[in-house]
Design a protein around this ligand. Sequence first.
Ligand SMILES: *[C@@H]1O[C@H](CO)[C@@H](O)[C@H](O)[C@H]1NC(C)=O
Ligand SMILES: *[C@@H]1O[C@H](CO)[C@@H](O)[C@H](O)[C@H]1NC(C)=O
Ligand SMILES: *[C@@H]1O[C@H](CO)[C@@H](O)[C@H](O)[C@H]1NC(C)=O
Ligand SMILES: *[C@@H]1O[C@H](CO)[C@@H](O)[C@H](O)[C@H]1NC(C)=O
Ligand SMILES: *[C@@H]1O[C@H](CO)[C@@H](O)[C@H](O)[C@H]1NC(C)=O
Ligand SMILES: *[C@@H]1O[C@H](CO)[C@@H](O)[C@H](O)[C@H]1NC(C)=O
Ligand SMILES: *[C@@H]1O[C@H](CO)[C@@H](O)[C@H](O)[C@H]1NC(C)=O
Ligand SMILES: *[C@@H]1O[C@H](CO)[C@@H](O)[C@H](O)[C@H]1NC(C)=O
Ligand SMILES: *[C@@H]1O[C@H](CO)[C@@H](O)[C@H](O)[C@H]1NC(C)=O
Length: 633
Amino acid sequence: MAGFLLTFFITFGFLIPYLNSQQLYSGNAAIDCNNTDETGPSPAFLYSCNSERLSCHTFLLFRSQIPYVSVAAISNLTSSDPLELASINNVSSSALFPPDKEVIVPVNCSCSGWYYQANASYVTPSIYDTYFIIANDTYQGLSTCNSLMRENVYGELDLGVRGLRLQVPLRCACPTRNQTLNGTNFLLTYLITWGDTVLDVSKRFNVSARSVAYANGFSEEDQTIYPFTTILIPLPTAPLSSQTIIHDPPAIPPPPPIIRNRKSKKGLIVGIATGLSVMVLLFFVLFVGFLQHNRNKVLVVAWKDREGKKKKEVLTKDVLVGIARVEQVLKVYKFKELEAATENFSQENRLSDSVYRGLLHGKVFAIKKMSTDVSKEVKILNKINHANLIGLYGACEHHGVFYLLYEFMENGSLKDWLHKNSSPELQSWSRRIQIALDVANGLHYLHNFTDPAYVHKDINSSNVLLSRYLKAKIANFSLARSAEQGESSNSSTMCALRTRCHMAPEYLEAGMVTPMMDVYAFGVVLLELITGREAVCEQDGEEVLLSETVVSIMDGGNSEPEFGNLIDPRLQVKHPLGYIIDQSELKLRMMQLSVACLAREPESRLSVTEVVSTLMRIQLDADKWEYVSVSGS
Ligand SMILES: *[C@@H]1O[C@H](CO)[C@@H](O)[C@H](O)[C@H]1NC(C)=O
Ligand SMILES: *[C@@H]1O[C@H](CO)[C@@H](O)[C@H](O)[C@H]1NC(C)=O
Ligand SMILES: *[C@@H]1O[C@H](CO)[C@@H](O)[C@H](O)[C@H]1NC(C)=O
Ligand SMILES: *[C@@H]1O[C@H](CO)[C@@H](O)[C@H](O)[C@H]1NC(C)=O
Ligand SMILES: *[C@@H]1O[C@H](CO)[C@@H](O)[C@H](O)[C@H]1NC(C)=O
Ligand SMILES: *[C@@H]1O[C@H](CO)[C@@H](O)[C@H](O)[C@H]1NC(C)=O
Ligand SMILES: *[C@@H]1O[C@H](CO)[C@@H](O)[C@H](O)[C@H]1NC(C)=O
Ligand SMILES: *[C@@H]1O[C@H](CO)[C@@H](O)[C@H](O)[C@H]1NC(C)=O
Ligand SMILES: *[C@@H]1O[C@H](CO)[C@@H](O)[C@H](O)[C@H]1NC(C)=O
């Protein structure tokens, strides 16, 4: 007996710290791509290998989505056995699933290092993928970008190449000893979607919410769950096809990017409805249905309060981003501290009209003085957090004047860098492509990763700042706004006059605010990067838009001699042997990209996602080509 106990402790002793907690819920960290696990296993990668069972047969839930709607396609995507998949879902092997149907996927789960994983393999298609898209969109959160990056040798940029075979570790886990003792034989990896609550999911699989909380490390108070992440459902037997459901179609009806004032629309419809026409009443009913439908976009969060009473709260996606994104708290400084930091706002520390350099606690900041209401900018910047968007660190109010503390950008604005500088970096195409890509990445985040999507509205080369290492960041969010509110015409005319060179035609003409106006403005910045010239609005009293000139030249033939003299002459790269390297293809592709952003009709412009992927391809080819031309001749 003593001998048995001893072996037990020797064998499992090292696992005891892990055995005490079951798996931990990843929260939104699973959709961030830059987590580390240097200090121990992180739920943002995969579930940790915490049980004495080093492998098990288990199940995942996948929601059928085009093109993965057949038994063959889903089993191929997840490297699972098609016959078993068909039988556990009670369908034939040639069956097609309706869209958004939950499909049970049988997998073999095993420990590899710190984590449990089920291995799948994925071949990159011809369209551009990132690790994030593969983890979140293709695998719906069943894998994570952090673990994908770990297991694959390819850089993010290489993924544009078709036909690469990637290793995809899927999130799975085996039950711990305590769970087994309590009758749990399987841990089903369940995909959270909009509207799910822990309670509803537990009911559906006929298990106690308590055991689900225990399996995922939820506390009594906090059971917040996020879409596109997974939780584990402890099951006594394999899941049944009768427990799976068809989810409502994704509740985000592709909104026309045009901003309308929703309130007045509702008022109008209510007004007509009181007119008692049967037809109009019917219309009203439809409209309520539409509102109801829209409500699926919110997440219901359930938890228990201190007295153990159940509470439910509906979170809008906006709040969700607020809570989930950044835990950073804006630091509030005393005016005295700022005075000391800037030596009483001295001329020497003045960077521009209203911006000062300040040294606080050994760190340099840019301190911007503003007399207007800064709450909007603070609200946005406090919520978003991206390497290509300027960081806000603190704020101060003094006699109605606001001071915001930003990260200090050593190389100033892109505008100054392009026009008042002679650094050798200026001659490098790859540097300029990288700057464009930085700006596009910042916009991509703003348009696609915040909810509601934000439109910056004032992208221009003065609002793009460069760090010491020439990393570009978007600054000045004073005009930024969410793409969902209405537009007040006053503010639009005001800013239109200020920076109209970068303003999209539909905004100047109709005050229309959509993410596409940022794409247009990006096209102008790209043009400045290519030509090294400022986008002029007026010349000799006449309006001349550089962008229009370029668009008309490109429309009329696409031949290099036509636009060749528009390209910044500083970008002529000499080969070590003395001749000028021919870069006409690179030039043409960059010009074409900027023209595609400058299309007059917003619908014809590229989306910022397309801009990012195009720029990445150009960058990849430019690097390859540089390598060939240097090593080849
Ligand atoms: C197992 O359950 C017992 C009692 O319920 C508890 O004391 C112990 O900490 C649990 N162990 C783990 C690994 O959860
Ligand atoms: C899972 O493991 C079983 C037995 O070890 C094996 O027969 C089966 O082929 C495996 N399934 C997959 C999809 O690898
Ligand atoms: C499988 O589907 C058939 C009808 O398609 C149904 O009669 C049967 O009860 C189902 N079996 C299970 C286990 O759900
Ligand atoms: C899954 O992949 C990992 C990493 O490639 C490997 O270490 C592990 O052995 C694989 N597991 C199985 C069961 O093939
Ligand atoms: C699985 O998908 C890959 C592409 O991702 C394809 O090349 C392969 O033929 C497919 N295999 C089967 C069995 O369908
Ligand atoms: C993750 O993928 C879903 C679709 O599967 C998409 O609706 C969602 O926006 C994606 N999340 C992010 C942050 O892109
Ligand atoms: C749910 O589980 C309980 C045992 O925990 C069992 O008695 C009951 O029949 C199950 N209900 C369904 C619908 O499977
Ligand atoms: C395991 O079962 C015991 C007794 O039925 C119960 O008190 C305990 O809460 C259960 N633990 C979990 C994690 O479900
Ligand atoms: C991940 O990136 C964000 C900015 O995009 C940063 O704020 C966060 O600290 C990073 N997390 C880690 C673990 O590096």
